[in-house]
Design a protein around this ligand. Structure first.
Ligand code: ADP
Length: 454
């Protein structure tokens, strides 16, 4: 059995992993940057090792230092969390070759699903619908225009190595295509060191609906239902909920089966997510697989009662999943709001600094996953998420009312946050009626006076 785990991450997810390990009786080693000395995960882990300077490139992305820390502290496994090295096939491979368990899929599955073109091709062969588009990366501008015309405008140009909503451009005709094609290539080269792009039909006002997968190393692949992540700003998720107010039980069944087939096609092990876009008619298309735990995993945990981080650890330990598809019950409705240190009334400008008073909401059906506390200094080096509020109840109505209530209780002084914005959304008829698509945020921001969320 795994005795000690190194947590190769920071913030709320590092804390989440410490908590799961504690309940399983597993020791934890936190690795941290100089900017995170005061972070809760460092204080709560059994051991902690500083691995470098504040910049991610000097610490959380330094595979060599993380592996050294793992060897010094004699850990059996590494949990990568999300972001940083979590989808880095080379890092997973290094762990494998050092005989340290990587808590995630095998490196070959990461590689396969990390290349979006290969991923689409793989799931297509397994009978999962994909967005019509180029077969893999496009060679040059002339070929690209030809393909764009064939697919039909509007099209979206995406970086093969993209992620986190970056490296995507939309074109509505030949003229804008020529421009956007070059912008996308340059951006991709800068951000990912790989300028290769591919083209897809741009689905107008879709919903983003993803399925949580859990698979063991004995060939069992299950899905734990969906999360509707349509409320996004610049392709970054802000609110996630389950079940999706849009899906019928028939469509849910079909998509769940498709998600399992997609994971099977990648010989997938551990927790992962299959993302789909769904158009107004209910046509669904695979867009990508995330080969790691996701920010929004608590939504699924509260709906199903299954602890995904513990399951990840048990699977990595070689254990069989102790339940079957039919045993998974979806008894709750859950909504997650991402609490970011940003000022929504100033175009979401980052708002790092010192938190004065911090008071998190509680009560029936409320969960807060956060590493923040009174007096915590938010470093400016990392992403702006400082916590997640997850509220759940027997119906969507209860979950909505509870989310509004909990947001009203949440106090974070000294910095700007997305709390007032979430409150305004929870009171917005379009969201309340379950009608939000990925176009929702732009529309909401354009018709809502900024003083409502500042
Ligand atoms: P990333 O890996 O950067 O997260 P994804 O491929 O998962 O990129 O897409 C992120 C978001 O971008 C989707 O949730 C959706 O809002 C938008 N998007 C991606 N592909 C399309 C498409 N073909 N049509 C319309 N919107 C898209």
């Amino acid at each position: 059995m795994i005795q000690k785990i190194l947590i190769a991450n920071r913030g709320e997810i590092a804390l989440r992993i410490v908590r799961a390990c504690r309940e399983l009786g597993i020791k934890t080693l936190a690795v941290y940057s100089e900017a995170d000395v005061q972070s809760l995960h460092v204080q709560l882990a059994d051991e902690a090792i500083c691995i470098g300077g504040p910049k991610s490139a000097d610490s959380y992305l330094r595979a060599d230092r993380i592996i050294s820390a793992a060897e010094i502290a004699d850990v059996d496994a590494i949990h990568p969390g999300y972001g940083f090295l979590s989808e880095n096939a080379k890092f997973a491979e290094q762990c494998e070759s050092c005989n340290i368990k990587f808590i995630g899929p095998k490196s070959k599955s990461i590689k396969m699903m990390g290349d979006k073109a290969v991923a689409k091709d793989t799931v297509k062969k397994a009978g999962v619908p994909i967005v019509p588009g180029s077969d893999g990366p496009v060679e040059n501008e002339a070929e690209a225009v030809k393909i764009a015309r064939k697919i039909g405008y509007p099209v979206i140009i995406k970086a093969v190595a993209g992620g986190g909503g970056r490296g995507m451009r939309i074109a509505h005709n030949d003229i804008s295509f020529a421009k956007e094609y070059h912008v996308a290539r340059n951006e991709a080269e800068k951000a990912f060191g790989n300028g290769a792009v591919y083209i897809e039909r741009y689905i107008e006002k879709p919903r983003h609906i993803e399925f949580q997968i859990l698979a063991d190393s004995h060939g069992k692949v299950l899905h734990l239902g969906e999360r509707d992540c349509s409320v996004q700003r610049r392709h970054q998720k802000l609110i996630e909920e389950s079940p999706s107010p849009f899906l019928t039980s028939d469509l849910r069944k079909k998509m769940g089966k498709a998600a399992v087939r997609a994971a099977e096609a990648a010989s997938y092990e551990n927790a992962g997510t299959i993302e789909f876009l769904v158009d107004a008619k209910g046509n669904y298309y695979f867009i990508e697989m995330n080969t790691r735990i996701q920010v929004e995993h608590p939504v699924t945990e509260e709906c199903t009662g299954i602890d995904l981080i513990k399951q990840q650890i048990l699977v990595a330990n070689g254990e069989k999943l102790s339940f079957d598809q039919g045993d998974i019950k979806f008894e709750k409705h859950a909504i997650e709001c991402r609490i970011n240190a940003e000022d929504p009334s100033r175009n979401f400008a980052p708002s790092p600094g010192t938190i004065g008073l911090y008071y998190a909401p509680g009560g029936h059906g409320v969960r807060v996953d956060s590493h923040a506390y009174s007096g915590y200094v938010i470093p400016s080096h990392y992403d702006s998420m400082i916590g997640k509020l997850i509220c759940f109840g027997t119906t969507r109505k209860v979950a909505l009312e509870r989310t509004y209530r909990a947001l009203s209780e949440y106090i974070i002084r000294g910095i700007k946050t997305t709390i007032p914005l979430h409150k305004a959304i929870m009171a917005d008829p379009v969201f309340i009626e379950g009608k939000a698509t990925t176009a929702y945020m732009e529309d909401f921001m354009s018709r809502t006076p900024p003083d409502l969320f500042s």
